[in-house]
Design a protein around this ligand. Structure first.
Ligand SMILES: [Fe+2]
Length: 246
């Protein structure tokens, strides 16, 4: 089975469209979404429609999906994120609000093969940035493979019986073979707001038969997404950061 794994799309239609156009030429079977479909960008309804059009096998909520759909108030959001969330809430169609509110909390087990979580499988709103957080998650769970998002940073943590290793992915296309007897926490990166210094959209394909994860980076019309953000009256830093991938 070949899975398309996308996370942190954040209402960025241009970035998501680039991913969908790239994977049209690839073979894949099922789409999986790790949360944060909306928030920050200027096209919330379009990105929700695009994901719904993929008929994802599994999709979970992110912290922005909760606040943008009114499920949570956003008390922990910074001023800019909250402003964007309120703007988004006012523009989502009733059907798309309903869809966002219906997204389950992670972790969710997919096909009995791997788990998906937004932040971590223990706490959907917590971050995994480095090996200490990853080790803590490995110790408190027993998933052999878990895909996660939230940090907007593509990375693979591998726990062998002797050590924990970090694998930073190499742009534009990175292949990683998963070994038996090793546990993995894998972040495919963010489609709509990468924060690893590379502005290209990031996503993964996972071939469960060959046990190969490939993480891809795609250039997309960043200036178009930025123009829409500014035209919508959303905060300027949300447009600026797209160009630098921070
Ligand atoms: Fe996010």
């Amino acid at each position: 089975m070949k899975y398309l794994i996308v996370s942190d799309i954040h209402s960025n239609k241009e970035a998501f469209a680039a991913v969908l156009s790239f994977v049209r030429r690839k073979r894949w079977d099922k789409a999986v979404f790790l949360g944060d479909l909306v928030g920050y960008g200027a096209n919330p309804n379009q990105t929700v429609d695009m994901l719904r059009g993929l008929k994802p096998l599994a999709a979970i909520r992110g912290n922005h999906d909760k606040v943008c759909s009114g499920f949570e108030g956003g008390e922990l959001f910074n001023r800019i994120a909250l402003q964007a969330a309120m703007w988004t809430r006012g523009r989502l169609t009733p059907q798309n609000l309903k869809f966002l509110r219906s997204l389950p909390k992670g972790p969710v087990l997919v096909d009995g093969r791997f788990a998906i979580a937004h932040g971590t499988p223990i706490d959907e709103d917590a971050y995994i940035f480095g090996e200490l957080e990853a080790l803590n998650v490995f110790r408190q769970t027993d998933f052999p493979i878990c895909f996660f998002g939230h940090s907007h940073f593509p990375v693979i943590f591998a726990l062998t019986p002797d050590a924990i290793n970090t694998c930073l992915t190499e742009a534009p296309s990175f292949r990683f073979k998963l070994e038996e007897g090793v546990r993995y926490l894998i972040n495919p990166g963010s489609v709509g707001q990468p924060r690893d210094g590379n502005p290209s959209a990031s996503f993964a394909l996972y071939d469960s038969t060959k046990r190969v994860v490939s993480i891809h980076r795609l250039a997309y019309p960043v200036s178009q997404a930025q123009r829409k953000i500014l035209r919508a009256g959303l905060p300027r830093p949300l447009a600026d950061r797209l160009a630098i991938g921070r």
